[in-house]
Design a protein. Structure first.
Length: 469
């Protein structure tokens, strides 16, 4: 093989490696930013590949292409994904680490194959140089093949482990990138030591230390395994934290519902007590009338009226639990200067305990949203409608018009600030609990916003809840 043919083949393999790198980065990027991709993302991906190939054809060092690509990716992430720059940095570092580890193993394969083939050549033959170029071409071809396979396999494994990382704080990025730094640094050091010019001679690392031909690949495999394990356990930690948080909130809701049941029981107990004492009240009034104490009668009746007012419900829904919940939220709203209207009648289609959890969450969110507004603009409307086999629970309230949304999510996130981030808190997951409850009844949650009015509809299918939820 001639030198020109060797150079052409080498250039083709270099372009192949660039294309594979660009594709693997995009695959990794889509795994980290696990969301539906649009036309804009597709155009950006094609441009990314073309730019990488274009820079690869220029007479410049490889680090220039990596630097340009990194800045372009961070710029695109900053514009399109805004507050998720940390995830973009993690994707870049993970990609570069996978590239370095694959290259480290492929270099050992290249040195092993090329060294074995060159040893069998006779340096005194006339076609020695052509044969040497042929051996190097074979070695490079094998190394590029193994580099491609290793890069693809590592990327696929990492993508399957990453799954859906909706949030990634900076401390998560730092933790998960430690081994990325280690792998990249080791590969850089080894690459710098492979061939060193000393005076008039050359120091070839694998010739001097042949045992490193298998040690470096082993180190690369261990680093990748460590990175994969770290991401896996981080994912498990996030899942366990979410489940524990959800369990905590459900436990709090159960306690709240038990309290509502106790309040309902106490309320009806008070009514029974008043009915029982009514005869005594009438006797006392007759006695005062007989004595001509009409002023005392007026005071006595006023005290009775105050007592009855405390026991009177503005809304009678047909169930003690929903009576307590809706009237309790009504009193809380009116104290805050919020106009509260309800058209709600419980028919027993959905267990009152589950319906109570939905009401508690929706009305609490509505009251908290209204409290941020100035007086006179606060209102809440609650309605229950029936349409064939479905129940439609609507809550409409005024709010400040600001809806912070989570990337890739369909529900608003909380604006409350937790004193200890990442620690269990029930802030901001009320609507998620409502959605989970609706899905148990084969329904869902729909949110509409018009100006400064927030409208949420919960659809529930009458019947038994899904057992496996």
């Amino acid at each position: 093989m001639s030198q020109s043919a060797f150079e052409i083949m080498n250039s083709i393999l270099d372009i192949w490696k660039i294309v594979i790198q660009a594709i693997m980065f995009l695959v990794l990027w889509m795994a980290v930013f696990s969301m539906r991709k649009g036309k804009k993302d597709g155009i950006a991906a094609v441009l990314f590949i073309l730019v990488n190939v274009g820079i690869g054809l220029l007479p410049c060092a490889a680090w220039v292409r990596y630097a340009v690509s990194a800045f372009a990716v961070l710029g695109y992430g900053g514009v399109c994904y805004k507050k998720q720059i940390g995830k973009a940095i993690f994707a870049i570092l993970a990609f570069y680490n996978l590239h370095c580890l694959s290259y480290l193993i492929a270099s050992s394969i290249y040195m092993k194959i090329t060294g074995a083939m060159l040893k069998n050549l006779d340096a005194w033959q006339e076609n020695y140089q052509q044969q040497a170029y042929y051996c190097m071409t074979v070695g490079i071809s094998f190394s590029v093949f193994f580099y491609t396979v290793l890069f693809v396999v590592m990327t696929v494994i990492l993508c399957r482990i990453i799954k859906e990382a909706e949030t990634m704080a900076w401390q998560d990025v730092i933790l998960l990138s430690i081994l990325n730094f280690v792998g990249s640094l080791i590969a850089g050091v080894v690459n710098g030591l492979l061939i060193i010019k000393i005076n008039e001679g050359l120091f070839i690392l694998f010739d001097e230390k042949p045992d490193l031909l298998w040690k470096f690949p082993m180190i690369a495999v261990l680093i990748f395994a460590g990175e994969a394990a770290l991401i896996y356990f981080w994912q498990r930690y996030r899942v366990l934290l979410s489940e524990r948080q959800k369990h905590f909130v459900e436990e709090q809701q159960v306690k709240a519902m038990k309290k509502r049941l106790e309040e309902a029981e106490n309320f009806y107990g008070s009514i029974r007590k008043v009915r029982h004492e009514m005869k005594n009240h009438m006797a006392n009034i007759k006695g005062l009338a007989g004595a001509g104490e009409y002023g005392e009668i007026e005071k006595y009746v006023q005290r009775m009226d105050d007592t009855m007012q405390e026991l009177e419900y503005k809304y009678v829904t047909g169930n003690a639990v929903t009576d307590v919940i809706i009237n309790d939220k009504c009193r809380r709203a009116e104290k805050a200067g919020i106009r509260f209207d309800a058209d709600f009648r419980y028919g027993g289609e959905i267990p009152v305990f589950d319906l109570g959890i939905i009401l508690n969450n929706l009305l609490d969110n509505a009251i908290e949203a209204c409290e941020k507004l100035e007086a006179g603009k606060r209102f809440i409307r609650l309605t229950m409608k029936r349409k064939k086999q479905f129940l439609l629970l609507d809550v409409e309230n005024s709010f400040d018009g600001i809806i912070p949304m989570k990337k890739g999510g369909s529900l608003p996130v909380t604006t409350k600030q937790s004193a200890i981030p990442e620690i269990i808190t029930e802030h901001g997951i009320g609507l998620e609990n409502v959605r989970d409850m609706a899905e148990r009844y084969f329904g869902g949650v729909s949110i509409k916003v018009k100006g400064d009015v927030f409208h949420v509809t919960v659809m529930l299918q009458q019947g038994e809840a899904e057992e496996n939820k």
